[in-house]
Design a protein around this ligand. Structure first.
Ligand SMILES: Cc1ncc(COP(=O)(O)O)c(C=O)c1O
Length: 394
C-alpha cells in the first residue's frame, strides 16, 4: 500500500469531496426551470435511489427518475440533513399524534426535540452509546397508541448503530410506522428500506456519500405520501411553508422543485453519487466496516475505552474516550502539529472523548497514517502506549 502523505481528514462528516464533485460544482449558472436543470435533477435522483439501496431509475429527465419498481420515491431537499428530517416529521404528523422516540445520543435526542415541535412524543432516553432495550420498546408498541417509531439509525454522537432489523420487525408486527434518521447510515452501512418497511428516511450529502454540505434527501413510500396528503387536505398540517412535502411532491414527476433548488450542490452531489456507483454500494459498506473494525480493534488493544456497546459499534464512526490526563488540547495539537483532524464530543461528553469517521471515500492508507499520527500525538502528550503495527489492523 502506498504511503499516505497528505493531511488526514477523519471527521464523521462533512467528509472530503473528490475532485469530480468539486469540479461539477464549479459550473456556470443555469436556470432552475430549464431542461438543463431537469437533467441535473434526474441524474441526482438516480444516484439517490442507488445510495438509498432502492431499485434503479434512469438518470434522464421526464422518466420519473425519482421512482423505481419498488414503492419508494426519493426527493432532494435544499438544506442540511436536519431540514430533511424536519420535512419528514412536520408533514407526517398531526399536532395530536403521539410518536415513540428511543435515543442513545445527541442526534436521536434532536429527533425527539424536533418531534416535540410538531406532535406529542414519548421519549425513551438511554445513556449515550447503550443499546436500546428492545423488550421495553416492544412493551410500548404493544400499547398500540403510537403513530410511528422514529430512530436515529446511526448515532454519530456516540458511535452506535441501532438494531434496525429487529426494531423494524416489531414496528411491522404492531403496525406502527417506522422512520429513520439515516444521515450517517445511508450509503455507509446496510440499509434496507423495503425489507424493513421503513416509511421515510433522511440522508445528508456531506456524510457517507461524500457530497457537499447544504443538500439532503428523503426516501418515502406511498403510505407516507398518502398520510401527508390526507393531513394537508384535512387542514391538520403543522405550520410550515418552505418544507411543504406536498408542494415538493407535486413537482417530482417534472424533475422540478417548488423553490429555487441548490443547483450547484445538486451537480456536486450527483458527481459524488457517481463515484459511489463506480465503487459499488456493497463495496463501500465493506470498506467502511473494515476501516471501523481496524480503528476499534487498534484502540481497544491500546487500552482505550470505546463508548458504544460492543455488539452495536458503528461502521461509520467510532467514539473513543480519552485516557486519564488527556483532554481536547490533544485534538488541537493533532490538527496543528500532526495535520490530522478528528472531531470532539458533544454535550456532557465534551472534552472527554473524540470521534473518528470512517465514511465517504476515506482510504485505508489515510486511516492508517491518521491512526499513527494519533498515537504519536498521545505520546507527545505524555500518554505511554505500546508499539503496535498499525497497518496490520486494516
Ligand atoms: C445522525 C445525524 N443526524 C442528524 C445530523 C444533523 O445533520 P445536519 O448537520 O446535516 O443538519 C447529523 C450531523 O452530524 C447526524 O450525524
Amino acid at each position: 500500500m502506498a504511503e499516505y502523505r497528505g493531511d488526514c481528514f477523519l471527521v464523521p462528516g462533512p467528509v472530503r469531496m473528490n475532485q469530480n464533485c468539486l469540479d461539477a460544482m464549479a459550473t456556470p449558472v443555469i436556470t432552475a426551470r430549464g431542461k438543463e436543470f431537469r437533467e441535473v435533477m434526474a441524474e441526482l435522483n438516480s444516484g439517490l435511489r442507488y445510495a438509498f439501496n432502492l431499485t434503479p431509475s434512469k438518470p434522464e429527465k421526464h422518466t420519473q427518475s425519482w421512482s423505481g419498481e419498488d414503492d419508494f420515491k426519493v426527493m432532494a431537499v435544499s438544506g442540511s440533513g436536519t431540514a430533511a428530517m424536519e420535512m419528514i416529521i412536520a408533514n407526517r404528523f398531526r399536532p395530536n399524534d403521539l410518536v415513540l422516540v428511543p435515543t442513545n445520543g445527541k442526534f436521536g435526542e434532536r429527533v425527539a426535540e424536533m418531534c416535540k415541535r410538531f406532535c406529542n412524543v414519548k421519549h425513551i432516553k438511554y445513556d449515550w452509546g447503550r443499546a436500546f432495550d428492545l423488550y421495553e420498546l416492544e412493551q410500548q408498541l404493544e400499547r398500540k397508541c403510537y403513530e410511528a417509531l422514529l430512530i436515529c439509525h446511526n448515532e454519530t454522537s456516540s458511535g452506535i448503530t441501532q438494531d434496525a432489523p429487529a426494531i423494524a420487525e416489531m414496528c411491522n408486527r404492531y403496525q406502527t410506522s417506522f422512520i429513520l434518521d439515516g444521515i450517517t447510515s445511508i450509503g455507509g452501512l446496510p440499509v434496507d428500506l423495503t425489507t424493513w418497511n421503513v416509511e421515510a428516511a433522511a440522508m445528508g450529502a456531506q456524510k457517507c456519500t461524500a457530497g457537499p454540505s447544504g443538500i439532503a434527501a428523503i426516501a418515502f413510500n406511498s403510505r407516507f405520501h398518502d398520510r401527508c396528503k390526507a393531513i394537508k387536505e384535512q387542514g391538520d398540517i403543522n405550520a410550515l411553508f418552505y418544507l411543504d412535502f406536498i408542494s415538493a411532491y407535486s413537482k417530482g414527476n417534472d424533475d422540478q422543485t417548488p423553490w429555487t433548488p441548490a443547483i450547484n450542490l445538486a451537480m456536486g452531489w450527483s458527481a459524488a453519487l457517481n463515484t459511489l456507483k463506480e465503487e459499488g454500494l456493497a463495496k463501500r459498506w465493506e470498506r467502511c466496516q473494515n476501516l471501523s473494525n481496524g480503528v476499534q480493534n487498534l484502540f481497544s488493544d491500546l487500552g482505550f475505552e470505546l463508548l458504544a456497546d460492543l455488539s452495536q459499534r458503528s461502521p461509520t464512526v467510532t467514539a473513543i474516550l480519552y485516557p486519564e490526563g488527556i483532554d481536547d488540547s490533544w485534538r488541537t495539537d493533532l490538527k496543528e502539529k500532526f495535520d490530522t483532524q478528528v472531531i470532539g464530543a458533544q454535550d456532557h461528553l465534551k472534552g472527554k472523548m473524540f470521534r473518528i469517521g470512517s465514511m465517504g471515500e476515506t482510504t485505508a492508507a489515510e486511516m492508517i497514517e491518521g491512526c499513527k499520527r494519533m498515537i504519536e500525538c498521545f505520546k507527545h502528550h505524555g500518554h505511554k502506549l505500546p508499539d503496535v503495527d498499525v497497518a496490520s489492523y486494516f
